[in-house]
Design a protein around this ligand. Sequence first.
Ligand SMILES: [Zn+2]
Length: 288
Amino acid sequence: MQIDRHVHAIKVPFRILTPQGFVDRFVYVYLIYGTHGVCLIDTGVASAAEPIFNYLRSTDRKVSDISLIIQTHAHPDHIGASRTIKGETGCAVAAHPAERAWIENVQLQARERPVPDFDTLVAGSLAVNRLLGDGEVFDLGCGLKLNVLYTPGHSRGSLSILLLGYHVLFSGDAIPVPGELPIYEDVLASVASIKKLKAVKDIRFLLPSWDEPSKGAAAYERMDAGLEYLQRVHDAVRRCSLQSSDLDPQELSECVLQDLGLPPGLANPLVARTVAAHLSVRDQKVII
Ligand SMILES: [Zn+2]
């Protein structure tokens, strides 16, 4: 679907096989169409390569037009099809230095951050050609410029990307979605990152990976809702950990999910990491 003059979105549905059975999910892949090349913001899961190629053909572009993939971060549902697309097109791949090791060695990532069904989600490892830092400006040609915003918290090297002049913000997984499993590594960094995004003026489109696109004022409301959710999770972690001090990480995660109105059975090591991030700042009552 076309979002703006140069920006397109592809919603990629996928299923993850977990110990509790199949879980249906989706992730958005975004495409920026320049006069010559096409830049992808993430590539979804491994099965997204064909839908991306088909979308390009259906909009009178060629697969070989893909000249650049910018990875908001290294998680499986963001780098899944990158190896296939890079192999097909020879495009460059850009990411933050802190994400590089997990993109270039996906088995290392699978060991250090086990995700159910990892090998189905990710086509394989690939080289990162360009390292990105906060404030960098990318010139895509034909008047399209991207500003790189360093927005860690969900992961150490998470990036958001602003399409300058068009006020389109790609936020990756930087903004947590209320009612979804809370997954991040550093909660205070997440808070700071969302506030940094809120400070971007006149956003016309907010384009996250795990949530629907939103427009204008609704974009800022999403960010506020994300901040409030972080505080709710924090309150839940404080309640559960203060109630009983002898819970192991799994039991504590189950208690937190129950407190949030989510099925406790969804507790897993990723949620436990989120809970640990909150515990490290438990003395702080208000975090947003
Ligand atoms: Zn992620």
